[in-house]
Design a protein around this ligand. Sequence first.
Ligand code: ADP
Ligand code: MG
Length: 404
Amino acid sequence: MNKKSVEDIDVKDKKVLVRVDFNVPLSSKDPAEQIEVTDDTRIRAALPTINYLLDKGAAVILASHLGRPKSPEDKHLTMDPVAERLGELVDAPVKKVDEVVGPEAQAAAEALEPGQVLLLENTRFHDGEKKNDPELAQKLAAMADVYVDDAFGSAHRAHASTEGAARAMREKGGPAVAGYLMEKEIQALGKAAQDPPHPYVAIMGGAKISDKIKLIDNLLQKADKILIGGGMANTFLAAKKYEMGGSLVEEEAVAEAERLLRTAGARLVLPVDVVVVDEISADAETSVVGVENIPASKIAVDIGPETVENFGREVQNAKLVVWNGPMGIFEIDKFAHGTDYLAKILADLAEEGTEVVIGGGDSAAAVQKAGLKEKMTHVSTGGGASLEMLQGETLPGIAILDDK
Ligand code: ADP
Ligand code: MG
């Protein structure tokens, strides 16, 4: 990684502003209720950076967005429940203030001692956050001596607490570096995008091609094979003139799919069989058909067993496998087999030393649901950010950090 990390700088007795990703699910939208964090994965994911800084004698100021508040009136999106949970997870006193910047936040930051934690209010309560308002960015940076970005999932947006605060910190002469989580993401995804080991097999799925044309194009330049499943495969199959029945097909992307098929030739591998149903429901009767035999009345909801076997064979000799997009409508258990089997194959490969990198929000959720997250080399915490990174794009929140 060519970006500096927390280990490359001195943080003793410094005030360190850390942009974390505490965008966690909450138990209620009703501010009158006792709101709790229902999944603290993202808070735990930030602990290595927070604990490192505390151990090294820093005072840690944390900033994050939470949900999509329209204004501070969206009180159910206050960081209070996050502060509560964080206090249970971190071995240090956690203070919380009710503003992002301002006199209260500033006074709390000034009073903060080494080994203590201060959590600022939801950054999106401030209307300057999404506009990357330089004044907000400067006020954030003014509270600290060092800026650390550990919020990979927000790195593709230039907001005041991400790109803005890093820039403001550099302007006042302080370091702006990556936290451990950010470093791990840059290493895994950056390597896949820039300098992948070969053989490199990419697996793509999910709902739509149209969101991911740039990604497929980029993967076609870097990967030796691309295996395509899920709803995305339907549009490719339609481009090959197969009957797709009531399956999700993006008519407006068929021409694009034809182009990709021509460019890729045999490097692009499509399903040979699919699981079909009459209707998308949890108790639908499923059957498996070859892709040349999809009845006009049926809907393809998953890849079939022969396709899973083919995909399994294609990845066997890979040094790197990158997977984005579920192989079927995995939210319904009956249609999750293709995704689950593939996850199992990849988990086994990862255990044998193949690098297996998972990107995309739903893909990460699918791997988690299959109970195989820990076995993979890397499961990205960023949805959109991981896709942009794999696309070979420079993310503004990363580009601004200090080079090694
Ligand atoms: P990611 O978030 O990992 O990038 P996407 O958002 O592109 O993945 O795709 C995930 C969605 O694709 C899931 O909601 C899943 O239900 C849907 N999907 C997968 N296969 C199909 C299919 N055959 N028909 C319709 N939707 C599908
Ligand atoms: Mg998604």
